[in-house]
Design a protein around this ligand. Structure first.
Ligand code: AMP
Ligand code: MN
Ligand code: MN
Ligand code: MN
Length: 275
């Protein structure tokens, strides 16, 4: 059984259309697949329609940016109803911050001599959903950086010129939108927040208290040790298991859709709890 419950299309920071992403899931031999664009539901209808013509179970998804204290985190909603007003209105707030933030990022980059960054990053996005990935791709295209990780290190994080503090919706709100939309709330890539194990455990415990349903125990590059730690944290908090590649499809990215380490999800696979 193959699942991929974390992927992106060009409605957020992926390169491909929802149809092309579905095609990848079919070719990879996925049984369960979800499109989880950042803070948008725009690609779901196209993906669902196309997936239904194959032997592939499509799950409506979204990866929502959230604040937990000063930490920005990603919460994936799986099985959400894309017509739910509370969710739609909530995502609008995050998208307004995206636009304001993009202008701030652009100003910061302007201060170090990178002109018209907003316009150039916007030109790489099919929509108004401008992510840091678009800025990163723009800096690579302009030969200012050679790859994504160097962009984030040199320009987009910490006190670097294009870094802006997150002002996303609070995780409590995000979890409530997902639940109102009939979905399950999953903490994305728990080991990517650069937290100590003690802090991460506290984060998950706090989120659990707010209604978190599961965590991703497997991502593209999870080592056996990563999986062991993620599973332990899930079990300690009686959380469900999810897994996904976080496929984006940009040139130079080695992540492939459906290509995640094998894991025996058993009964606690999140799919079993979706209505
Ligand atoms: P945003 O949601 O606009 O803050 O952009 C976050 C996105 O940037 C993530 O979903 C990743 O796709 C990408 N990203 C963040 N950090 C890195 C990194 N160090 N290397 C490559 N991509 C990254
Ligand atoms: Mn992304
Ligand atoms: Mn993420
Ligand atoms: Mn993602």
């Amino acid at each position: 059984m193959l699942i991929d419950l974390h992927t992106h299309s060009y409605y957020s920071d992926g390169l491909l259309s929802p149809k092309e992403v579905v095609r990848k899931a079919v070719n990879a031999g996925c049984n369960f697949f979800s499109l989880t664009d950042h803070d948008t539901l725009a690609g779901l209808e196209e993906a669902k329609k196309f997936a239904e013509s194959f032997n592939l179970t499509f799950i409506n998804g979204v990866e929502i940016s959230a604040q937990q204290n000063s930490q920005s985190i990603h919460i994936v909603g799986l099985g959400v109803n894309p017509s739910e007003k509370l969710l739609i209105d909530g995502l609008k707030k995050n998208n307004q911050f995206r636009i304001d933030r993009a202008k701030e990022i652009s100003e910061g980059l302007g201060n170090v001599g990178i002109q018209r960054a907003y316009e150039k990053a916007r030109a790489l996005s099919k929509t108004d959903n401008i992510t840091r990935t678009h800025f990163a791709q723009m800096l690579i295209k302009e030969n200012i950086c050679s790859n994504m990780s160097s962009v984030f290190k040199r320009y987009m994080t910490g006190k670097k010129p294009g870094a802006v503090k997150g002002k996303w919706a609070l995780s409590a709100e995000v979890i409530s939108w997902i639940h109102q939309a009939g979905g399950l709330a999953i903490l994305a890539h728990p080991l990517r927040y650069k937290m100590t194990l003690t802090k991460l455990k506290k984060l998950v415990k706090d989120l659990r208290f707010l209604g978190l349903d599961g965590i991703e125990v497997v991502n593209s590059f999870s080592s056996a040790e990563d999986i062991r730690i993620s599973k332990m944290i899930a079990d300690e908090n009686e959380l469900l298991y999810s897994g996904g590649s976080d496929f984006h499809g940009w040139a130079g990215q080695t992540i492939e859709l459906g290509n995640i380490p094998k894991f025996d999800y058993g009964e606690k696979l999140v799919i079993n709890y979706l209505i």
